[in-house]
Design a protein around this ligand. Structure first.
Ligand SMILES: Cc1ncc(COP(=O)(O)O)c(C=O)c1O
Length: 370
């Protein structure tokens, strides 16, 4: 008996996505990248006879002033190309500040409203920066609430929660595409030790360390990744295998890095070592960097520098030679009223004094006394 032809099930969305709007949105983001020069790789002036070189990738020179310019660009392209952003979509993010500053910039470029959900303790300078980029700040008392509040807000207004903590590791192309790792290795190519022994970074979402750790493995490079972690963060205890119940990570005082939980974009498998850095040491290192180089950076750069100097001393102590690369994540101007203010530091029991000598011995003598 002849089989009858079953009709296909043909479904189209009631409101097909506006592909012309989408194409224009993607074009604008590419044009922004095309207008931007790559960030500098700065060689720090350690004693020449050491055969140990230290470099900082200066991400503060991005149009929105931090390493988060790259992530924000990737997150918007990821959301656009996943078809979840449309004309007029409200974009929402849970951010301690830097990411929101960069996302507000891209949202305005696409003509989309932007809301950042963040802890009320975030520096007023960062809040002002987000508002200057056309964003709105939704402040919450408990930093741990930012995720749920952002998700709820997105549901309420029919907007989209970009969710950097979940998507950072997958929105960034870790194989290349001018990601931060590819840029660093290209800029190291003519240096005495072009393949670094270590790349030292902090973790906020974990996206930067994931991108660099995957890239060096993808390229078959021996470079190892060391993640520095501030006090009260869950990353180091989590990576070490401590029982989360025992960790009591209440969130870090160093803006941008250290988290109350191990974030989904933190890829432990590509981290070769972790160093816990005291918060006062992070602030001391930021000041020491300015004193020795004139570079003005935020506290998470101090955390990076303190860890990188420890590894430089170790390399020297073991008679090794090689290069170490770290990041200058953002500029000091964002922290003038906080980490740049001695009264603010004293009120929080942060004392840079004991670390000045540790940093001097490390930088001048290559001896670690921390
Ligand atoms: C100033 C600053 N430094 C470092 C980081 C860490 O970067 P990632 O989120 O890629 O781990 C962040 C993240 O927010 C940051 O804002």
């Amino acid at each position: 008996m002849a089989q009858h032809v079953q009709p296909v099930v043909d479904v189209s969305p009631p409101q097909p996505p506006d592909r012309r709007w989408l194409a224009e949105a993607v074009r604008r983001i590419h044009a922004d990248a095309n207008r931007s020069a790559d960030t500098h790789l700065v060689r720090l002036a350690l004693p020449a006879h050491w055969e140990v070189e230290l470099y900082l990738k200066d991400e503060s020179t991005h149009p929105t002033g931090s390493l988060k310019h790259r992530l924000a660009r990737s997150l918007f392209l990821y959301a656009l190309c996943n078809g979840v952003l449309r004309p007029g979509s409200t974009v929402i993010e849970a951010s301690s500040g830097s990411t929101a500053v960069s996302e507000a910039y891209f949202a305005r470029m696409l003509g989309l409203p932007f809301v950042a959900v963040m802890a009320r303790s975030t520096s007023p300078e960062k809040i002002a920066l987000i508002e200057r980029e056309g964003g709105r700040c939704h402040l919450v008392d408990d930093a741990g609430e930012v995720y749920d509040v952002a998700r709820r807000l997105a549901d309420q207004v029919g907007g989209h929660y970009l969710d950097q903590f979940t998507h950072a590791e997958r929105a960034t192309d870790w194989r290349g595409n001018n990601n931060i790792a590819e840029s660093v290795f290209e800029q190291m190519a003519q240096e005495p030790h072009p393949v670094p022994e270590w790349v030292v970074v902090g973790a906020g979402t974990g996206g930067t360390s994931a991108t660099i750790g995957r890239y060096v493995r993808y390229r078959g490079l021996p470079t190892r990744v060391c993640v520095v972690d501030p006090e009260n963060s869950a990353f180091l205890p989590g990576w070490r295998g401590d029982d989360p119940e025992e960790t009591h990570a209440c969130g870090s005082r160093i803006e941008g890095i250290g988290r109350p939980r191990v974030e989904p974009s933190f890829v432990a498998g590509v981290v070769d070592r972790m160093i816990g850095v005291p918060d006062s040491a992070s602030v001391a290192a930021t000041r020491f960097l300015h004193e020795r180089t004139g570079l003005r950076a935020g506290p998470s750069t101090g955390t990076n520098l303190y860890g990188a100097l420890r590894l430089a001393c170790e390399l020297r102590q073991t008679g090794g030679a090689g290069s170490i690369v770290s990041l200058l994540c953002d500029g000091a101007e964002r922290y003038a009223g906080t980490y740049g203010n001695d009264v603010w530091l004293a009120e929080r029991g942060l004392d840079v004094t004991p670390y000045a000598e540790v940093l001097r011995r490390a930088w001048d003598d290559g001896v670690w006394t921390g």
